[in-house]
Design a binder for this molecule. Structure first.
Ligand SMILES: C[S@@+](CC[C@H](N)C(=O)[O-])C[C@H]1O[C@@H](n2cnc3c(N)ncnc32)[C@H](O)[C@@H]1O
Length: 189
């Protein structure tokens, strides 16, 4: 919505059409006409030409992908960006009160050099209150893991930081201001 407000031409994707319908309604109420929606599974159901986007935002989706799927997706997105184009990614972390039990396991895996320390095949084992709403696999990320993934895909990192979700997530879930993580990468050539 902010991009539309700023005059950008936007292609919005989700594999669940209901989210796109909601966006279309909201955009049309505000008179924004430069919105195209695409119901498809990212990235393999999309066939954009190389170098066709100035900016791409992947918001709260990549934490449902394995590390290998994230690697392949970032390579694909790199190709879709114009030279100097930017990729913005927002993901969830394990730093929430309902994931407290996983944090020691996460830190242990990180210390042991496990490549994707936040991959979780059995969310219900770790999280008892909200996991009925989660898929069978999640992948919590942090500043380090996202930075490595971006660098491996060839991006120059413009900015990476945690996102404090106070006022956005329920207060009972807030831990220490690291509830989400955001990163901006720039295509080099
Ligand atoms: C946590 S919601 C985030 C929704 C929205 N992007 C936002 O930031 O508010 C996760 C969304 O990712 C979508 N999703 C998950 N995997 C996807 C994929 N491979 N391709 C497209 N959408 C996907 C789901 O349908 C769901 O709407």
């Amino acid at each position: 919505m902010k991009a539309l407000e700023n005059g950008a031409k936007v292609i919005a994707n989700d594999m669940d059409i209901r989210h796109l319908e909601h966006l279309e309604d909201a955009a049309s109420k505000l008179g924004y006409s430069e919105l195209e929606t695409l119901a498809a599974e990212f990235p393999h159901e999309m066939g954009f030409p190389a170098k066709s986007f100035r900016k791409i935002l992947i918001s709260r989706v990549l934490h449902f992908f394995s590390g290998e799927q994230i690697k392949a997706s970032l390579q694909q997105v790199y190709d879709w960006l114009e030279p100097n184009g930017e990729l913005y990614v927002v993901c969830e972390t394990t730093f929430l009160t309902n994931w407290l039990s996983f944090i020691p396991e996460y830190e242990k895996r990180k210390a042991a050099g496990v490549e994707f320390s936040g991959e979780i095949d059995n969310p219900k084992h770790w999280e008892k209150s909200w996991s009925d709403n989660l898929p069978e696999f999640v992948h919590w990320l942090d500043k380090d893991s996202l930075s490595v993934l971006f660098e491996k895909a060839g991006f120059e990192i413009v900015e990476v930081d945690y996102i404090n979700r106070k006022g956005q997530f329920p207060d009972s879930l807030l831990l220490d201001g690291r509830e989400s993580v955001g990163i901006i990468g720039r295509r080099r050539d």
